[in-house]
Write a protein that binds this ligand. Sequence first.
Ligand code: MTE
Length: 449
Amino acid sequence: MVDIVKQPGRLRRAPENFLSEAEIKAVGEGRRDFLRKSFLTAAGAAMAVPMLARASEGDANILQNPEWTTTLGQPVAVRPYGLPSKHESQLVRRESPGLTRVGAASVSFAPLQGMFGIITPSGLHFERHHQGWYDIDPARHRLMINGSEPAFVKQAKVYNMDELMRLPSVSRIHFIECGANTGLEWGNVAVPTVQYTHGMLSCSEFTGVPLKLLLDDCGVDYRKARFVLAEGADGSSMTRTIPMEMVESGEVLVAYGQNGEMLRPENGYPLRLVVPGVQGVSWVKWLRRIEVGDKPYATKDEAVHYIDLLPNGQHRQYTSVQECKSVITTPSGGQALLDKGFYNVSGLAWSGRGRLKQVDVSFDGGINWQAARIEGPVQNKALTRFNIGWVWDGKPAILQSRAIDETAYVQPTYGQLRLVRGTKSIYHNNAIQSWKVDESGEVSNVQVL
Ligand code: MTE
């Protein structure tokens, strides 16, 4: 392996780190311990010898019966709604002092470093609220559908939850990513963990009614009404324009279900819009009104926010679809490798344009690439899990993943992305993420151009 860590020019270290030391320590600790523990108990070729040695030394954990083998366990329904093990208490959504306002209506990040497969447990789904969240009484919630001009709909209607939930429903797995995910890395600020670099990302099975069905029910004139305005019931007056072609595709859902139960209040209970492949801000929560119109609405959340400042000073507006992206979640920043030997390198890939075709992984900062194993079935506009085995030789390494979607779009490097988009953006960063492993096994966030 080429020692690229010492190669001048290729590697750029982030100059600053906005998180407090205590916060970084807290984030790192839980999963680092977990990684160490899981490797001590994992069955793997490289670990077989040390494990045998431990058994012959007389490991009390295997030679003696623990109390849970010899006593009566807890009865059912002590917890009518189940909770994770107390030993998993470190795996939680976190706010980020320095990145965002803490304790306010803002952002909490999903702990991608500790999750498996592609479904985000609802209690770990990231949150982004412009004006806080509510636990709305479903009996008082309504969805209105109207036209910006009376001629655009035969009949404007107001639905209550009971009326919506008796209509034909569908269930589909989709990712949601905030347009600001990975935003700080534009300015080369290396936040320490994947929770903060990529944690405004989640994936759930959503259940609801296709919006097209409701528009048909109201008799929308699709020749005239080519845009939809979605409006939330919260104080932020969240409003976003969605092109009618997306609705006509049947993919846009008015959803009430998430992972087999009702939406969580933080995620829009009792009703949210699901706009597969499109940035999170368009997934309007606490959805209360849909208006159809003949032009984009240019609301504050699309004319002022969620736009990209380009090098020529112009803004790229209505950036909507989340381009193909991937990230290695284990090992990732804040974790530590135990020793030389075998590791399962695991990550997530996704594309707002459809299905994933391939994910390549590099262990030398992008010089050599190998195809990772994609865990199927690969679903449309959903997260895809990839895995690849790696034998760490104890030398510094830089781990990267590069996704390619079914349109043949290849996830760009930072160099390629900045060439087109400059450095002043906040949103829509889909560049290749690099994690550096140093000789001690510590993993940190670096940028490779
Ligand atoms: N809808 C309303 N009504 N209010 C909001 O503040 N935030 C938006 C979107 N929908 C928001 C909203 C943003 S910016 C994002 S990224 C997603 O919701 C986040 O969804 P989540 O909180 O379920 O993760």
